[in-house]
Design a protein around this ligand. Structure first.
Ligand SMILES: Cc1cc2nc3c(=O)[nH]c(=O)nc-3n(C[C@H](O)[C@H](O)[C@H](O)COP(=O)(O)OP(=O)(O)OC[C@H]3O[C@@H](n4cnc5c(N)ncnc54)[C@H](O)[C@@H]3O)c2cc1C
Ligand SMILES: NC(=O)c1ccc[n+]([C@@H]2O[C@H](COP(=O)([O-])OP(=O)(O)OC[C@H]3O[C@@H](n4cnc5c(N)ncnc54)[C@H](OP(=O)(O)O)[C@@H]3O)[C@@H](O)[C@H]2O)c1
Length: 431
């Protein structure tokens, strides 16, 4: 594809930018392209574990919430693959991550505006346009849409130990593993930790000598999927959230953690039932230590194994020996290296977060004619929904509307809860 000069250049083609790209198909006369460093679409391949299911409804796909007649919907995918009736009859509680990844890859294949094996190395701004440098060419664009995702996080003290025996869970499937006879420690009590613990006790990588699962949370806490919690993942709630102060937002993001980052209740049931089967029914008396309410604070290498220093929240310190340590300690937002030349021209909050606008633009010194949109970079500004798929189509539609300067997509949807202050005439005055 020839990219002489673009109106919009997307950096990264994960699900979030893929949604923007799919929604832009309704705008044929806007020259745009999305650049992805991978050779083909591949959604978190290192964590594509058997049986893992989406934590979000498949109806909240790349397009349906704002464009249900789009040819890029999950329903269209089912019909085209001849799976529609079988999918319904399977009565699955949630679509598998594998099938949703197939859907995403199918959309990616059909979009003519994606370019793979194209890592954006450097972005500069000269003479009213952005310059995107690749290994083999330069492309210019009026606007950018950053969709480079998040990076696996491990505590600083662990970075020096990363390797074959110490890894982030995000990479567990990226290499063959053999944990037979090993003492394995899983650090982190979110969904990733839960899924990997389940695989370990299911002996996917051999029969471990022991498995310890450490969570900083007070218990192995479930994802809150109740209806009023799910109302936090609606446009109406985001609109309310945007009206709050920075401090109020910070408090709410921390308080709402289990609405986005808890463990799926079905995974917790699978774990409990597996433990019951192994320990009680089969009587194998395996050394499986479930250790919530603790933080890993330090680790040292001793010969061919590691000593882990664990701080119990309410009691003393504990020490643990492990041959393999799997960090499931989450993901962090990072400024992509390619943005380095622009970093001084971008506005930052005092806490180091990007200064964002409600319309997903980053505040920067450039003019209106050169906008930088960002997806999955503003949990601090748009709330807990930002790193989730729930509103990806709605966010994509916001970006497309803003780019066009007109409402191509309808964005308003009613919610069930009055989140903000009611207007005076609607408040019933009791005499
Ligand atoms: C295992 C797992 C399961 C999840 N399941 C759910 C779920 O069920 N429901 C939910 O709501 N959320 C879920 N999430 C959270 C979130 O939806 C996903 O992380 C999602 O992939 C985020 O999409 P993204 O497009 O922002 O980032 P990513 O998927 O990380 O995509 C970013 C892309 O940018 C590319 N890139 C980076 N730098 C460059 C560059 N310089 N040039 C070109 N390309 C570049 C990368 O190669 C990558 O393909 C899950 C997360 C994980 C880790
Ligand atoms: N199948 C799926 O759909 C699927 C699979 C995987 C992930 N996901 C989603 O992807 C997102 C990321 O999930 P995740 O599990 O990778 O990350 P996460 O939800 O951020 O969980 C990270 C966990 O690590 C803990 N932690 C961090 N540092 C620690 C330390 N030093 N010692 C002990 N514990 C420590 C955190 O504790 P605190 O809570 O106290 O910070 C938290 O429990 C979530 O939204 C999740 O729902 C979905």
């Amino acid at each position: 594809m020839n990219h002489s000069h673009l109106s919009l250049a997307g950096i990264g083609a994960g699900p979030f930018n893929l949604s923007v790209a799919a929604l832009l198909q309704r705008v044929p006369r806007l020259p745009h392209a999305f650049f992805e460093q991978k050779p083909a679409f591949n959604w978190h391949p290192g964590l594509m574990l058997r049986g893992a299911r989406l934590q979000t409804s498949w109806l909240k796909d790349l397009v349906t919430p704002v464009d249900p007649t789009s040819p890029y919907s999950f329903l269209q995918f089912l019909v085209e693959h001849g799976r529609f009736y079988a999918f319904l009859n399977a009565e699955q509680p949630a679509v598998s991550r594998q099938e949703f990844a197939q859907y995403l890859a199918w959309v990616a294949q059909r979009l003519p505006t994606l370019t793979f094996s194209a890592q954006v190395r450097k972005i500069d701004h000269r003479r009213d346009r952005f310059q995107l440098r690749f290994d083999d060419r330069t492309v210019t664009a009026d606007h950018l849409c950053l969709g480079t995702g998040t990076q696996p996080y491990v505590p600083d003290f662990a970075v020096q130990h990363l390797g074959k025996q110490v890894l982030h869970g995000a990479h567990i499937l990226n290499a063959p593993r053999q944990f037979h006879g090993k003492r394995v420690a899983v650090i982190g009590g979110g969904q990733t930790g839960a899924e990997i613990f389940l695989e370990l006790i299911g002996e996917r990588w051999g029969e471990c000598d022991s498995v310890a699962w450490i969570s900083r949370r007070d218990n192995f806490e479930p994802l809150d999927e109740a209806p009023f919690t799910n109302d936090l993942f609606t446009p109406a709630y985001v609109q309310h959230f945007l009206s709050l102060s920075r401090e109020q937002k910070q408090t709410l993001v921390a308080r709402q953690k289990l609405a986005s980052d808890g463990i799926s209740p079905s995974t917790l049931v699978d774990i409990y039932q597996s433990l019951y089967e192994i320990q009680m029914v089969q009587g194998r008396n395996k050394d499986y230590a479930l250790m919530p309410g603790r933080q890993l604070v330090q680790m040292q290498r001793h010969g061919d194994h590691y000593q882990l220093q664990v701080q119990h929240h309410r009691q003393a310190e504990e020490w643990l020996e492990a041959d393999v340590v799997i960090f499931c300690t989450g993901f962090k937002s990072v400024v992509p290296a390619c943005l380095e030349p622009l970093v001084d021209r971008i506005h930052w909050q005092e806490d180091g977060c990007l200064a964002m606008q409600d319309n997903y633009r980053i505040r920067w010194q450039g003019s209106e004619r050169n906008r930088i949109y960002a997806v999955n970079a503003s949990r601090h500004h748009h709330g807990i929904v930002d790193p989730q798929t729930s509103l990806m189509a709605w966010r994509g539609a916001n970006i497309v509307n803003d780019l066009l300067g007109q409402p191509l997509y309808q964005l308003e949807q009613a919610g069930m809860v009055q989140w903000g202050v009611r207007e005076p005439d609607k408040v019933r005055v009791v005499a």
